[in-house]
Design a binder for this molecule. Structure first.
Ligand SMILES: Cc1cc2nc3c(=O)[nH]c(=O)nc-3n(C[C@H](O)[C@H](O)[C@H](O)COP(=O)(O)OP(=O)(O)OC[C@H]3O[C@@H](n4cnc5c(N)ncnc54)[C@H](O)[C@@H]3O)c2cc1C
Length: 474
């Protein structure tokens, strides 16, 4: 059902109030409603983009060059799925563990997520099998990705949500704070753009406002309640992460190196766990995009200028269609550091809520991760005479990242990380906020570490897992 805020009765009772109708919130709403729960779904935007709603996402970035915060996400029904690209892959088993000395472990394992892979994949309309294959003894694996059409949650689920007897959807329902008695969330305050204000009540609350706003709403609710919403706020807003995303070089690779892969399409590579630990790095996704014949020819002639014998050999392989040139991009795991964080800035939005200040920098480990991963591949190709790699100068010299590149993945992770206890994080392994009986978080803000996989498939898996937990909660 869809209702106007002005017609909403504050005395209505709901089993669950979900704040935010992006992929995470919509998945929880449908799952809980299917199991007989009465769900109130609150969406700050409308059913289309509007300047007024996008403006709430304006903020300030301090540190490395990053996107305009009102462009890197969308604030209306369906959230950022209205412009996501649909690349999908589950996190690796070792993404849930410490990587060498790096504290990247989750309090759950990949096994805890795997049970939700099939259902999450059907929601995103992708295959659910991922057969990673080692490339010889290189220490690098060939790793498949799935491509969602991409599913736009507005197009796919708006009618189902508004027709559902167990779901009440309010649009333009901007939640501005959560109110607690110290043990439970009693209510959420919401405001519309036309000035309606309501207090909503429910047995359980799920915060699903995205990987930046989850932190913002909790930080602000904490400020208003004198720290009573997240009582131990040591990690709140902190350990925020992105996937840095840059072009790092090009390569000529013999076709049989990637087995029976379709070489006319983009392929993905990543370091094995042993490579990660041996090199003291984090996880890293390499994307190798095939060049056309003439592009490959040009790369070989460049090589021939410095290594004529090698160049001649490569030309003969090109003539027999046994070799291809690739542009190499990387998108990789960032070290979770507490200085990378969401804070409340001095500027206020339309609802007088402080705008975000995002503090984000890449670390030495981040640079080392991408460099060591690509060098591991390059050394193997050269040793076995299977190809050659040309790294971009900035990466070889480590003289700073280019500013005219993609920069990052628009993946907003961390800020309300999952942990064993409230000293280390904000939510427990069931995504429940420590110290509150009925406040849960859905979305990538709960990731304690990020691997290199694009986050949405994991977000849906976690939303399904959270819904299961709430279905069974007595
Ligand atoms: C350009 C781009 C490309 C991307 N490509 C990929 C990709 O290929 N693969 C991938 O895995 N991921 C990709 N992503 C990321 C992906 O879009 C997100 O991971 C996903 O949308 C997160 O879902 P979510 O529900 O957690 O948050 P969101 O999608 O951000 O949804 C949050 C919802 O909460 C609402 N909201 C916010 N604040 C409030 C409030 N105070 N009160 C009420 N409602 C509120 C918002 O309007 C929104 O509808 C991409 C993102 C971008 C921007």
């Amino acid at each position: 059902m869809l209702k106007k805020i002005s017609d909403f009765n504050e005395n209505s009772n709901f089993d669950c109030c979900i704040i935010g109708a992006g992929p995470a919130g919509i998945t929880c709403a449908l799952e809980l409603a299917k199991n007989g729960k009465r769900v109130l779904l609150l969406e700050g935007g409308q059913d289309d983009i509007s300047e007024q709603s996008q403006d709430i996402y304006q903020g300030e970035v301090k540190g490395d060059p990053y996107f305009d915060l009102s462009v890197t996400r969308l604030r209306f029904f369906g959230g950022s799925s209205n412009h996501w690209e649909g690349w999908c892959r589950p996190l690796d088993k070792h993404d849930f563990e410490n990587k060498g000395d790096f504290k990247t472990a989750w309090p759950i394992t990949k096994n805890d997520m795997d049970g939700y892979l099939e259902k999450a994949s059907s929601i995103l309309e992708i295959d659910d099998t991922y057969n990673d294959k080692p490339i010889g003894n290189s220490g690098i694996n060939h790793v498949p990705f799935g491509y969602s059409p991409p599913v736009r949650f507005l197009d796919k689920y708006y009618d189902a949500i508004t027709a559902h007897q167990n779901i009440l959807l309010l649009l333009s329902a901007n939640v501005t704070s959560l109110e607690t008695d110290g043990l439970r969330i009693n209510s959420a305050m919401l405001e519309s753009f036309s000035g309606d204000k309501k207090r909503v009540k429910a047995k359980e609350f799920i915060l699903a406002t995205g990987g930046l706003e989850n932190s913002r709403l909790l930080l602000w609710s904490n400020e208003l309640s004198n720290g009573q919403v997240v009582k131990n706020s040591t990690s709140l807003g902190r350990y925020w992460m992105e996937h840095p995303d840059f072009t790092i070089g090009s390569a000529i690779i013999k076709n049989d190196v990637l087995g029976d892969a379709d070489l006319s399409k983009r392929q993905f590579l990543a370091p094995s766990y042993d490579t990660i630990v041996k090199n003291k790095i984090l996880n890293c996704g390499l994307r190798i995009n095939p060049n056309n014949y003439h592009g490959t020819e040009k790369m070989i002639s460049d090589i021939a200028c410095v290594a004529p014998k090698l160049g001649r050999g490569l030309v003969s392989l090109l003539g027999k269609n046994l070799i291809c040139g690739y542009k190499i991009r990387a998108s990789w795991e960032q070290e979770p550091v507490k200085e990378n964080r969401v804070t409340l800035g001095p500027e206020k939005d339309f609802f007088s809520m402080p705008r975000i200040q995002l503090h984000w920098k890449k670390s030495k480990i981040d640079t080392r991760t991408v460099k060591q991963t690509i060098l591991t591949l390059g050394n193997y190709l050269a040793e076995k005479n299977l190809g050659r790699l040309m790294l971009n100068k900035w990466l070889l010299d480590e003289d700073g990242y280019p500013e005219n590149d993609v920069l990052a993945g628009n993946h907003h992770m961390g800020g309300t990380r999952m942990a064993e206890n409230d000293e280390l994080g904000v939510v427990d392994k069931n995504c429940k906020v420590f110290g509150q009986e009925n406040l849960y978080i859905a979305g990538s803000s709960v990731f304690p570490s990020s691997g290199y996989a694009n986050p949405t498939l994991s977000i849906i898996q976690l939303a399904l897992r959270l819904s299961d937990h709430l279905k069974n909660k007595t």
